[in-house]
Write a protein that binds this ligand. Structure first.
Ligand code: GLU
Length: 289
């Protein structure tokens, strides 16, 4: 029997807070209960927002909490070559296209009076306008040669046509992981998502599906805030022929104001709580362990 494999995958672009502690401890509890593995992956592809200092803090906080992961830690910024290979394949197979519109240009496009009801993704961001998808190859090459900035975006219609019919994923109904349901994936709700940038040959979605497959992750346990993003990841897995894990999207730990915690909320940061005299056991209790 193959070992069940769980992972905790923080981005070192700020300090860990109680929500991260809950997610990490839940993964640990489930891995232990299953006699499985717990991996730690540092998702640091955003080389401007992620810093070695934040990473040091993340590792120190997790050790302090008592998290016990398998070495080595996978650091995404050390694997750009692997992501590049996969991206090249998507380019070759024409599932991605160079998208040249800046944020300002997108804004201008949708404020055009006829497009008042332009669709937005589940995060409220306007879907990418269709113009670049239809650009002739000659024009794409000209702009790239001229150094016009661009990102590689997924042609979601072409990808869905290839993936065919019903895309879904297996979602556990609660943290006992005893029952599952099938969830219909709706990647089209996100439009043509960014798959890579000119200087970074991947995006969050692409790196996650590559790494989950490469690391043999069987169970993705993460916050409810990533629930609908799973649809995009299922589509990429299907396009790339990657094995799909089962998912559980857990409740979020909310702040005193009932809102999602953010990395700038110092008072719920693990380092701040430790500084205020809390023990790791206090934090575990605080998030329900
Ligand atoms: N790195 C992501 C985050 O910190 C989590 C990705 C995932 O669990 O799939 O929000």
């Amino acid at each position: 029997m193959t070992l069940l494999t769980f992972r905790f995958a923080p981005s070192p672009n700020g300090e860990l807070h109680l929500g991260h502690a809950y997610s990490a401890l839940l993964n640990q509890k489930l891995a232990n209960r299953a006699g499985g593995r717990l991996l730690l992956r540092i998702e640091d592809i955003d080389t401007t927002r992620c810093t070695p200092q934040f990473e040091t803090g993340v590792l120190a906080d997790l050790k302090w909490l008592g998290l016990d992961w398998e070495e080595p830690v996978r650091r995404q910024s050390e694997h750009f070559g692997e992501y590049r290979t996969v991206l090249d394949r998507l380019i070759r197979e024409e599932f991605v296209y160079p998208a040249f519109m800046s944020r300002g240009e997108i804004r201008a496009f949708i404020t055009d009076s006829e497009k008042r009801d332009w669709p937005r993704d589940p995060d409220g961001v306007p879907l990418y306008p269709p113009a670049d998808k239809a650009l002739p190859t000659r024009e794409r090459k000209r702009r790239i040669a001229e150094g016009v900035p661009f990102a590689w975006r997924l042609d979601v219609d072409a990808a869905l046509a290839r993936a065919g019919g019903d895309l879904s994923w297996t979602e556990y109904t609660d943290e006992t992981l005893s029952a599952t349901r099938l969830v219909a994936a709706r990647p089209q709700d996100w439009g043509d998502v960014v798959v890579a940038r000119r200087e970074i040959p991947t995006s969050y979605h692409l790196a996650v599906v590559i790494d989950d497959a490469l690391q043999g992750v069987s169970h993705v346990v993460r916050g409810q805030d990533l629930f609908s993003a799973t649809g995009v990841q299922r589509l990429l897995q299907e396009l790339l022929g990657l094995r799909q894990p089962a998912y559980f999207h857990h409740r979020l730990i909310l702040g005193p104001d009932g809102r999602k915690l953010s990395k700038s909320l110092g008072d719920t940061g693990l380092a701040a709580l430790r500084g205020a005299g809390m023990s790791a056991a206090d934090v575990r209790r605080l998030v329900g362990f």
